[in-house]
Design a protein around this ligand. Structure first.
Ligand code: HEC
Length: 176
């Protein structure tokens, strides 16, 4: 009798945890928009889509956030820009936003946008990122230059992400 009751209790305690463990991780907050606001920060989205975010250590007025970054990222893919996500959310559907972030824009998306990471995000998190961005409303920020093709000189400021220098020498300090 004691044994079976003990077992029943053990099963009752274990089951909910086992079920929860199958759920994909996701951020919960007071509202979808609040979850999206948090995800934008910890997902590093502002670092590339909000001008001055990194330099100011995140102290950019909310009204100016996510309006794009005119400093380009130059690499083997050419030069691309962290776009204005507010105008994009205003004219695109939530489903399209999810599709773009899950598929690297149908395979068309360039680096350094971390498509490989957003593809792994739980769909609800991606939807909450959209809901937050949309809630900010469309706003045009600094003028973002056009993308430049590989080998072309970009307009304005850019960060060069090409790998420089010789490969690191082999580590000879390791014992066999
Ligand atoms: C390292 C810089 C960087 C980070 C971090 C980053 N992005 Fe991007 N993002 C870019 C660049 C650059 C592009 C443009 C890529 C291209 O032109 O193919 C882009 C494109 C996009 C697009 C497609 C815009 C369009 O044209 O439809 C979306 C949506 C987007 N980013 C959302 C996000 C979200 C959400 C996050 C955070 C989870 C994020 N980005 C983090 C640099 C970044």
């Amino acid at each position: 009798m004691f044994r079976s009751r003990h077992l029943a209790l053990a099963v009752a305690c274990f089951l909910p945890t086992a079920l929860l463990a199958q759920d994909k991780p996701k951020v919960t907050a007071a509202s979808p928009e609040a979850a999206g606001e948090y995800l934008m920060i910890v997902g590093s989205c502002h670092d590339c889509h909000t001008a001055g975010w990194t330099e100011s250590k995140g102290k950019i007025a909310k009204d100016d956030q996510l309006t794009g970054n005119p400093v380009g990222f130059k690499g083997p893919w050419g030069t691309v820009y962290g776009k204005n996500l507010r105008t994009i959310a205003a004219r695109q559907s939530e489903d399209h936003w999810v599709h773009v972030l899950q598929t690297a824009d149908g395979g068309e998306g360039d680096l350094p946008m971390p498509w490989h990471n957003t593809a792994m995000m739980t769909e609800e998190d991606l939807r909450n990122l959209y809901k937050y961005t949309k809630s900010l409303g469309a706003k045009v920020g600094a003028r973002i230059p056009r993308n430049a093709k590989p080998g072309m000189q970009p307009q304005g400021q850019y960060i060069d992400l090409s790998t420089q220098g010789a490969a690191a020498p082999a580590d000879t300090t390791k014992k066999p």
